[in-house]
Design a protein around this ligand. Structure first.
Ligand code: 13P
Ligand code: SF4
Length: 350
């Protein structure tokens, strides 16, 4: 039964930066910058590991240069399979930390180490450890969107791709779950699996902005559209979904469902990949603000937006913005992450 923990640090206290304003490059400038970055990648035996929410020029370059564009689970796995000595993680900090934890012998750089995540920020390790200490009879399951130190306290790490099968597995074993930090994803899992879960009070500032009444109105205007929702969205958005899933699962839905229109409730960065798979389908962003209201992120993560071709070139030139992890924390954090990867390989084949 859901039992939301006392808010220790409300997600609303997380300082949300304005979207960075990158200089606009024309086609020739973009092509020249991409060529310089490719040469630097080759010279340094480096690959790009990018998330679907990053800038589309970055996603395209990651693909063209032999890197990957993926969800958090696949990003973690890709780093362990590539022969490259340097991983340039284009995404947010927890993704870079996961790459370093799994590949301590590799150099892991990010375009901007300040790229954090409201979920990670809402879950400081000391308060989280106290929560765990207060519930020693619970299996500790944390979402990948957490710091290395929080992962080091966990029995399992999960991403949105694999959260349901792992919680079902634990529930079958009769385990009670302590879950952090995303309360919306936690509630969704709890509703689907019937698991006995204690929830941390964290949220994604991007997915919390979707508005249910406005979404109902858009659905009435597009009655044949399928509604695709990432499970970081609140209940009243998830309840209107035809498909709830990770970024990869939502992209797959656009490619595979017969509908020609889709209403998409997740970060707008995902449209680039959706259009690649289904160029003739119509993608409609789910509304993020009621009439007269404003939005903070407007369906684009301000931290994901800190990744651009410009600072990617700079980090390759200067080698700064390197992810480093305390070896003691790494040794503990790798266990629940590896457990997730092994489970995913055995259950969904990736
Ligand atoms: P995915 O693992 O589904 O890509 O989600 C990561 C994330 O941060 C979504 O906000
Ligand atoms: Fe974190 Fe939300 Fe940004 Fe994903 S979209 S990185 S959950 S703040």
């Amino acid at each position: 039964m859901s039992n939301l923990s006392t808010p220790i640090l409300s997600p609303r206290t997380v300082e949300v930066p304005p979207h960075p304003q990158w200089p606009i490059l024309n086609t020739e400038e973009t092509a020249r910058m991409k060529a310089r970055i490719r040469a630097l990648l080759d010279a340094q035996n480096a690959v790009l590991v990018a998330h679907y929410y990053t800038d589309e020029a970055l996603q395209a370059l990651a693909e063209e240069s032999g890197g990957c564009v993926a969800d958090s689970l696949e990003m973690a796995r890709f780093g362990t399979t590539t022969a490259a000595r340097t991983l340039i993680v284009c995404g947010v900090r927890f993704m870079g930390e996961t790459a370093k934890i799994l590949n301590p012998e590799k150099r892991v750089l990010m375009p901007d180490l300040r790229a954090t995540c409201s979920l990670d920020e809402s879950c400081p390790v000391d308060a989280f450890s106290a929560f765990c200490d207060a519930h020693p009879d619970h299996a500790v399951v944390v979402y990948a969107n957490t710091s290395a130190a929080v992962k080091a306290r966990a029995d399992w790490v999960v991403t949105s791709s694999i959260a349901l099968p792992i919680i079902k597995h634990l529930t079958t074993q009769g385990q009670k779950i302590l879950w952090a930090p995303d309360k919306h994803l936690g509630r969704y899992i709890e509703r689907v699996t019937g698991a006995d879960m204690l929830l941390w009070d964290g949220a994604c500032i991007v997915h919390e902005e979707f508005k249910s009444v406005a979404l109902e109105r858009v659905r009435r205007l597009h009655p044949d559209a399928a509604v695709l929702v990432h499970p970081e969205a609140p209940d009243d958005i998830v309840d209107q979904a035809d498909v709830v899933g990770s970024t990869t699962q939502l992209i797959r839905a656009v490619a595979e469902l017969p509908n020609s229109e889709f209403i998409v409730a997740t970060d707008a960065g995902i449209f680039w990949k959706m259009r690649q798979f289904a160029p003739h389908k119509t993608l409609i962003p789910a509304p993020t603000a009621g009439e007269g209201a404003t939005c903070e992120s407007c369906a684009h993560c301000p931290w994901m937006a800190m990744n651009a071709l410009q600072n990617l070139e700079q980090v390759l030139r200067h080698g700064d913005q390197e992810i480093l992890i305390d070896p003691v924390i790494r040794k503990r954090a790798v266990v629940p992450i590896q457990r997730m990867l092994n489970f995913a390989q055995a259950s969904i084949g990736r």
